[in-house]
Each structure stands twice: as structure tokens, then as C-alpha cells.
Design a protein around this ligand. Structure first.
Ligand code: SF4
Length: 227
């Protein structure tokens, strides 16, 4: 597999936010979201075998724990990443898979918790979610919408209602997009959509979703990598 980095930090997003987690960040993405903070994963990286990845993760989190497979888009390397996830499960890890949902989720092992980042219009990649992937959602999975505007919020609310998603997954998260060049202050001034504004819309509309903030960007410098 082509790997950009493997590191241990706190999970910053999803209902697992705040928990220690090992991140396996794979190289390459077929999308180009306008606010992407992971452009350094588009190219480069280094080849690693499954054994080498397992060894790194075992060293960072011996005997189990939380491991997230992320990118880039990890399912671009599906042929190798599916068996890797099965190995992690076999060794007692709780496995999170972060994906845009543009690739088929059909072969993702049932034990894996999928965190699917459905792209909204202002990402520049709206419409890339593969609708048949809704058939592969389980009650363990989570859907995330990263929002940069009211138009994105309206899209997310319509999508949720249209597919009755709150009943199909563990959580739906609405998360303000961060400026991709954010650095310095660890506060919400870097958000493209003010979290307070988003909170007020969600309260007014009684949206069946929870507001998500990228916790790691409030703990470390928003530009920091490997955290
Ligand atoms: S899918 Fe993720 S890694 Fe790819 S461009 Fe969008 S935000 Fe960046």
C-alpha cells in the first residue's frame, strides 16, 4: 500500500472524538475538495506491506484499541486495504474507515465503522457520493457533512430527510469547514461557517444530527500534521 503517514493522536471527529487512535493515512485521492486540509496526501508517500503497517500500529497501540484508515481516499487501494482491515479486526482493533463514499462500500467488512463524508456543493465535489452506498450503511456507521455555507447546510438537511438517514446510522454529523490555510490561533475564527450560526440553524430546524467540531484543530495548531 502507498502510505503517507502512521501516527497516534486523539480522534478529532465522529462520535469517537476525544479517544486515543492510531491513524493510517493512505496516499492518493480522486477528489479535490476546495477546503481540503490533506493535500499533502495527494502524492508521494511510501510503499508498505500489510505486515509493516500492522507492526507500526501494534507498536503504537499494543493489543488493540482504535485504528482509523483514512487518506486521501483509502478505498482507491481497496484490493489491499480490505484484507488489512480484516487483519486489524482479527487482532481485536476497533476499525474506523473514513471515506467520501464515491467508491463502492460493498466489500468493506461488516465490523468496520464507516465514517462517510458526503460532499456538499461548496466543496466543489458535490454529487460524487455513490447513492447505492446507502444500501451498505449499518447502524454502527456515521455520516458527516462538512459545511461552508447555508447552501451546504440546506443540501445536508434535504439529503438527510430524503433518505431518512437519522434512523439508518449511529450518527449524522454537521461540521463547519476549516480554512485550509488556517494556522496560529486554535479557535473557530478559521471556520468557513461560524459554528454559532450553524448551531442556531440546527436548533431552529430541530435537525436530527449533531454538530461536530474538529477537536484536534482546537488542541494543536490547525496547520499541524500528524496530530
Ligand atoms: S476527499 Fe478528503 S482528501 Fe480527498 S480532496 Fe476531499 S477532503 Fe481532501
Amino acid at each position: 500500500m502507498q502510505v503517507t503517514e502512521i501516527y497516534k493522536s486523539l480522534q478529532g471527529e465522529s462520535t469517537h472524538a476525544g479517544l486515543a487512535c492510531v491513524f493510517v493515512r493512505l496516499t492518493g485521492c480522486n477528489l479535490r475538495c476546495t477546503w481540503c486540509d490533506s493535500e499533502y496526501t495527494f502524492h508521494g508517500g511510501h510503499r508498505m506491506t500489510s505486515d509493516e503497517i500492522m507492526a507500526d500500529v501494534s507498536r503504537l497501540s499494543p493489543g488493540g484499541g482504535l485504528v482509523e484508515i483514512t487518506g486521501g481516499e483509502p478505498l482507491l487501494q481497496e484490493r489491499e486495504v480490505v484484507p488489512l482491515m480484516q487483519r486489524f479486526i482479527g487482532q481485536g482493533y476497533v476499525v474506523l474507515l473514513e471515506t467520501s463514499g464515491e467508491r463502492s462500500l460493498h466489500n468493506v467488512p461488516g465490523e468496520v465503522i464507516k465514517i462517510i463524508d458526503v460532499k456538499c456543493p461548496d466543496s466543489g465535489e458535490g454529487g460524487t457520493f455513490r447513492v447505492e452506498n446507502l444500501n451498505h450503511l449499518t447502524v454502527k456507521d456515521e455520516l458527516k457533512f462538512v459545511l461552508a455555507s447555508r447552501a451546504d447546510y440546506d443540501f445536508a438537511c434535504d439529503f438527510l430527510r430524503q433518505h431518512d438517514l437519522a434512523k439508518k446510522v449511529n450518527a449524522v454529523l454537521l461540521s463547519p469547514a476549516f480554512r485550509k490555510d488556517a494556522t496560529g490561533a486554535r479557535d473557530s475564527s478559521h471556520c468557513l461557517l461560524d459554528p454559532q450560526q450553524l448551531a442556531e440553524w440546527m436548533i431552529a430546524d430541530n435537525v436530527p444530527a449533531r454538530l461536530g467540531l474538529q477537536l484536534h484543530k482546537f488542541i494543536w495548531d490547525p496547520a499541524a500534521k500528524g496530530v
